[in-house]
Design a protein around this ligand. Structure first.
Ligand code: AMP
Length: 418
């Protein structure tokens, strides 16, 4: 099916073709006509399945209609949880809009960089604003833009934006938006509590869910290797060498661990660098661009890089530390195997984190075989459930206690600032 069959203009279909999109993906087939009809929508499909164009193409088409007003007013707002994702979504929208007869101005704003150029950039107005919530609020406080004309609101990685970390900022923003608007939520994961909250913000939403099938599931091979916690760096070096992995995204639990593991790898001659929220925005952008250009073999990161970031042909993701939640597991491993490619996701599990990994498997309906590699067989004793991490004496440990116990062997203080 061609893009034009979904009701898109020839200019947008052509731009999709320029990006190498010959046919729409399943989420695009289902979401684009519904959005063009003006429906509210929740869109849920695998990581790497083309969600940006699923909202980007119809958004641009809707904005073309009635685009004659001057001065420019913000008619579409796309909220995303990380700065890197803001830049990426802005880039995709600009590419998709390149042939439009009436050019649209797309402003991208996020924190960690000087606010002044962004204020200047908004002076002539913008048709679309792609933003992280905190910086958008700062710009609103500076009267750099108004949201009273927003007709279309998109939450990309919606479950992340609707969770507690962003709750206050999101509430403040929603209060500034017109009640009459079209609202679209997209994510690969919609935990039930978030789904309930989402429903309160949408009007008779169309639900587009693309269930995983052998045809549309990214070909991500998931391996679980049992190893003592203190042997993980050695094992990683071994795998890098023996398996010939040349581009690997390694997830750890903390910014400190990202620095530390990258440093240890670097010491042993691996071309590795850290990527986390304590780096300056300039450095973050540089590392990501260099990784995309294949200048680093290994980037060691926190969950900062777990959401949305699209790195073409990234062959391997490693969970050096396990993610806190099953949702994060899905997003982390989804950095590989994008757009129909295949990929490999390796998780290191020690006796201390085995219980936690079992919970992740249960939530994701997975049952993965455990592997042991010669020379790296675990020797640590299994951590007693509830030990040392919040288990209450005399009380049977509940799921949270077990999670805490499993988590105890991981460092504390995940990377919260995106
Ligand atoms: P996204 O889920 O939006 O991050 O997209 C994941 C990857 O799929 C990106 O590399 C896109 O360029 C690519 N992509 C999106 N739509 C299509 C399509 N219709 N055909 C082929 N690739 C696509």
């Amino acid at each position: 099916m061609p893009f034009s069959a979904l009701g898109l203009s020839p200019e947008l279909a052509r731009a999709a073709g320029d990006l190498g999109f010959s046919t729409p993906t399943p989420i695009q087939v289902q979401a684009i006509p519904a959005i063009l009809r003006g429906a509210d929508l929740t869109g849920s499909a695998q990581t790497g399945s083309g969600k940006t164009a699923a909202f980007g193409l119809p958004l641009l088409q809707l904005l073309q209609q009635g685009r004659s007003q001057t001065p420019r007013r913000v008619r579409a707002l796309v909220l995303v949880p990380t700065r890197e994702l803001a830049a990426q979504v802005g880039e995709v929208l600009r590419s998709l809009g390149q042939h439009l007869p009436l050019p649209l101005r797309i402003a991208v704003v996020f924190g960690g960089v000087s606010i002044n150029p962004q204020m200047m950039g908004l002076r002539g107005g913008a048709d679309v604003v792609v933003a992280t919530p905190g910086r958008l609020l700062d710009l609103l406080d500076h009267n750099a833009l108004k949201l009273a004309s927003v007709e279309l609101l998109v939450l990309d990685e919606a479950d992340r934006l609707l969770d507690l970390g962003f709750a206050d900022e999101l509430q403040r923003l929603l209060a500034l938006l017109p009640a009459r608007r079209q609202t679209l939520f997209f994510s690969a994961t919609f935990p039930p509590d978030v789904q309930t909250l989402a429903e309160t913000l949408l009007r008779e939403p169309v639900r587009v869910e693309v269930p995983a099938t052998p045809d549309n599931t990214p070909g991500i091979l998931q391996r679980v290797i049992q190893v003592d916690a203190d042997k993980r760096t050695q094992l990683l070096r071994h795998l890098l060498k023996e398996s010939g992995w040349d581009r690997v995204l390694v997830f750890v639990a903390t910014r400190y661990a990202a620095e530390h593991v990258a440093w240890k790898l670097h010491q042993s001659g691996v071309f590795a660098t850290p990527f986390h929220g304590d780096l300056s925005q300039g450095k973050r952008a540089e590392v990501l661009a260099q990784f995309k250009n294949e200048q680093w073999d290994v980037v060691v990161t926190t969950d900062l890089a777990a959401r949305g970031i699209d790195i073409e042909q990234l062959p391997v993701v490693v969970n050096y530390d396990l993610p806190r939640s099953a949702v994060d597991y899905v997003h982390r491993i989804g950095r590989t195997g994008r757009a129909g490619e295949s990929g490999l996701a390796v998780s290191f599990v020690s006796n201390g984190t085995e219980a936690h990994f079992r919970l992740i498997e249960k939530r994701q309906n997975l049952s993965l075989p455990r592997e042991q590699l010669p020379g790296f067989e675990p020797t640590e004793a299994e951590a007693p459930v509830g030990a040392g991490a919040g288990g209450i004496k005399g009380k049977r440990p509940n799921k949270k206690d077990k999670l805490r116990a499993a988590q105890a062997s991981l460092d504390s203080g995940a990377d919260k600032s995106r």
